[in-house]
Design a protein around this ligand. Structure first.
Ligand code: Z5A
Length: 208
């Protein structure tokens, strides 16, 4: 059993099932006796949730890519200082719905901001902290958009076109291929039951 507190992130495009599966991962880890905090980005603290509201508000159509990028990292700096780092220090595992890989995928792959700029902000805001394990739920864009559209009105970022989300997906797959030790890719087009079986197998392998 891994004793040191672990930082686990869950990533993927629209409607891949992050929310549904985060709840599953949380209860799976708790059942194994692991003390775990569940959180999300952008958000996770009172102030970071306010930044999230600004980022996702469909009325903020004039927001330029650099503003979006810097607000993501502003929310993250607060989240790291107030919740993530103190929790890990206390020995709690942290389970986070999206983290900096989402910035590489959306602001890098989707918006076209150079990855090196994002890497500078990552080093500045996080120091050496990186996730220990990243579960990527991978799904063809059309299926994810279909699932997401059945749920609620699209927010500012969800209003992007399919080619934006295809770039997001390809960025995630490239990160997974580049960092096979950290990433586990799950086929999210399967039934929820099968997705959760695959996630449980990853967690079992990881916890032992
Ligand atoms: N963003 C960014 O740009 N840069 C960053 O650095 C960060 C984030 C951190 C907010 O993220 C937005 O911020 C997001 C990326 C951007 N933008 N967009 N667009 P979010 O994670 O809060 O929101 P989201 O990506 O839009 O997630 P989501 O739409 O809430 O989807 P989800 O949580 O992955 O899916 P879900 O709600 O669990 O499932 C969707 C539906 O599918 C639901 O009805 C489920 O019952 C159903 N479902 C789930 N799994 C299955 C299976 N296996 N079969 C059938 N149906 C299923």
């Amino acid at each position: 059993m891994i004793m040191q507190a672990q930082f686990i992130t869950v990533e993927g495009g629209e409607g891949v099932g992050k929310s549904s599966n985060i709840a599953f991962i949380l209860s799976y880890l708790k059942d194994k006796g692991i003390d775990v905090v569940s959180t999300r980005e952008p958000g996770g603290t009172e102030l970071s949730e306010k930044i999230r509201d600004v980022l996702l508000d469909a009325k903020n159509k004039s927001m330029v890519s650099d503003t979006e990028l810097l607000l993501m990292f502003a929310a993250r700096a607060q989240h790291l200082a107030v919740l993530i780092k103190p929790s890990l220090k206390k020995g709690k595992w942290v389970l986070c719905d999206r983290f900096t890989d989402a910035t590489y995928a959306y602001q890098g792959g989707g918006r076209g901001i150079p990855m090196q700029r994002i890497a500078i902000l990552e080093d500045w805001v996080q120091g050496e902290l990186r996730p220990d394990l990243t579960i990527l739920l991978d799904l063809p864009v059309e299926i994810g958009m279909q699932r997401a559209s059945e749920r609620s009105a699209p927010d500012r970022i969800e209003q992007e076109k399919n080619n934006f989300f295809e770039a997001v997906r390809q960025s995630y797959l490239k990160m997974a291929a580049d960092s096979p030790q950290r990433y586990r890719v799950i086929d999210a087009s399967q039934t929820l039951e099968q997705v959760q079986k695959d996630i449980a197998a990853v967690l079992d392998e990881y916890i032992q």
